[in-house]
Structure formats: structure tokens, C-alpha cells
Design a protein. Structure first.
Length: 117
């Protein structure tokens, strides 16, 4: 691949990951601070805390992938896989979660292609 196409793909992935991060941060803020009145408990369960922590770790991995593509992508993928194991539901039910690993995988591909140069 040419250097310009690698850089174009790299910046496309950075923009996609930024959109993804902003989207999930808005969801996190909305679900955490603006809960409906019908929710009785003010505290999160240990399971919910673990899921949120893994989700945030995955987002941190995407942020790290901007500078260190391989390290950040591996962190994001591992956190994603562990999160899916913990959720333990049918993938069809949460089909939108299957879109997420495309970005870290492509970060790894960009890293591998740029290392060959």
C-alpha cells in the first residue's frame, strides 16, 4: 500500500473511533446521571460496575490506538471480548456490539502494513 492510502485509512479509523467514543460517552452520561424516576436503587451492582469498567477500558484502548496502534487495539479487543463473555447473551440480540471490533482490527491491519514499510 502507498503511504498516502495508509495515512488516509489511519485518519479514517481515528475519526471513526472518535465518533464511537463520543457516542458511548453520551450513552454513559445519559444512563448514569439521567435515570428515570422508576429506578429505585441509586447504587450500581458489582456486575454493572464491571461491565462499565470494561467498556471504558475498551474506549481507552481506542484512544491509545491513536498513538500506539497495536497496543491500543489489543487492549480494546481484549476488553471487548471479556465484556461479551460477561454479558453472556445471544449475539443477535446485541448485533450492534458486533460492529465495534472492526475498528481495533483495522488498527492492527494498519499497524502491520505500516511495519512492512
Amino acid at each position: 500500500m502507498k503511504t498516502t492510502s495508509i495515512n488516509s485509512l489511519r485518519w479514517t479509523l481515528r475519526i471513526l473511533s472518535a465518533i464511537f467514543i463520543v457516542f458511548f460517552l453520551f450513552m454513559f452520561i445519559g444512563e448514569t446521571f439521567f435515570q428515570p424516576e422508576s429506578v429505585d436503587s441509586d447504587t450500581m451492582s458489582a456486575d454493572a460496575i464491571l461491565k462499565v469498567s470494561l467498556g471504558m477500558l475498551s474506549l481507552v484502548g481506542l484512544i491509545l490506538a491513536w498513538k500506539w496502534e497495536l497496543t491500543g487495539a489489543i487492549i480494546a479487543l481484549i476488553a471487548y471480548v471479556v465484556l461479551l463473555i460477561i454479558i453472556d447473551t445471544e449475539p443477535v440480540k446485541f448485533y450492534y456490539l458486533l460492529i465495534y471490533p472492526i475498528i481495533p482490527i483495522l488498527f492492527i491491519v494498519v499497524w502491520a502494513v505500516s511495519r512492512k514499510k
